[in-house]
Design a protein around this ligand. Structure first.
Ligand SMILES: Cc1cc2nc3c(=O)[nH]c(=O)nc-3n(C[C@H](O)[C@H](O)[C@H](O)COP(=O)(O)OP(=O)(O)OC[C@H]3O[C@@H](n4cnc5c(N)ncnc54)[C@H](O)[C@@H]3O)c2cc1C
Length: 268
């Protein structure tokens, strides 16, 4: 059990981890690879105090090293955060970890959802073959994904007896059904399936925590970075514009202070 789980591995996450550690809290950070951070793609950063004209990669590497020093970094994709009384469980591919508070610092998800994806998530649509594959043993499933991970997940599903229809990420799909998803349609064709696995690098931040308020492209918070779900805080680009480094770092700091205060209040 950690005090705080941070979802993300960019500037907001590093800042939050440093602050939480300095307040004596144990921190886990669930983070995709450094190359997925916004900073990694920035050619030159000239407006961040203390580091005149530094490449995005240099600064991202320095921040990742700080994150690793301040937190236990679990490399992978967080699939969902589940409130469990006064604690939270985070499903991370095939791992599970728990904490008293959560900070979402997951940046922006630029990918559009497929039609029907959000509606049928948890009702025939899954983001995780390892977690849900057994439910589809002996059944026919569609697997949408083009990455190495998607290929491995397809192999895994076949190894447990699923009939797997592999589909490229780039096409436009519609997922439909009644109570549960049972059809994938694309380019005038429809396939009947028992389930649909969608394998991508990120999970929409709006879907990470059940019931979290999300509006105008960002997670809604108050000035203390508290979201609509008690114990869950958000920081950085996932809160919305402006998408700026100094804002992400500042919000990570505030979110961590608020999370620490929240945890301390639980102990009274
Ligand atoms: C090309 C470019 C140039 C820029 N130039 C500047 C500039 O000059 N000055 C400036 O101030 N700002 C600039 N920015 C903006 C700045 O880089 C961002 O605002 C800031 O880095 C955002 O940090 P973040 O931590 O909020 O998000 P990110 O850096 O996006 O980090 C989020 C991380 O969380 C990971 N993640 C998401 N979902 C999950 C999940 N479910 N499980 C695990 N990990 C997950 C992502 O893969 C990513 O690694 C630029 C951005 C870009 C793209």
């Amino acid at each position: 059990m950690f005090d705080i789980i941070i979802i993300g591995g960019g500037a907001a996450a590093a800042s939050a981890a440093l602050t939480a550690k300095s307040r004596g809290k144990s921190v886990a950070a669930v983070a995709n690879g450094i190359e997925t951070t916004a900073l990694w793609r920035a050619e030159l950063i000239s407006n961040y105090p203390g580091t005149p004209d530094i490449t995005g990669r240099e600064l991202a590497s320095a921040m990742r090293a700080q994150l690793e020093a301040a937190a236990t970094v679990i490399t992978g994709r967080a699939l969902s955060i589940m409130p469990m009384g006064d604690t939270f469980g985070a499903a991370v591919e095939n791992e599970f970890c728990m904490a008293r508070a959560v900070i979402i610092a997951a940046g922006i998800t630029r990918e559009k959802l497929y039609r029907g994806e959000a509606e049928f998530l948890g009702r025939g649509v899954s983001y995780c073959a390892t977690c849900d594959g057994m439910l589809y043993r002996g059944k026919k499933v569609a697997l949408i994904g083009s990455s190495d991970e998607a290929r491995r997940d397809g192999d895994f599903l076949e190894s447990i007896g699923c009939e797997v229809v592999r589909l490229e990420r780039s096409a436009q799909y519609e997922i439909s059904g009644e109570e549960r998803a049972d059809t994938v349609s694309f380019s005038g064709e429809s396939i009947k399936v028992d389930g649909v696995f969608i394998i991508k690098d990120t999970v929409s931040v709006a879907k990470l925590v059940p019931g979290i308020e999300y509006k105008n492209g960002g997670i809604v918070t108050d000035g203390a970075m508290a979201t609509s779900v008690p114990g869950v805080f958000a920081a950085g680009d996932c809160r919305g514009k402006p998408f700026q480094l100094a804002k992400a770092a500042g919000e990570g700091n505030i979110a961590a202070l608020s999370a620490c205060e929240y945890i301390d209040s639980l102990k009274i």
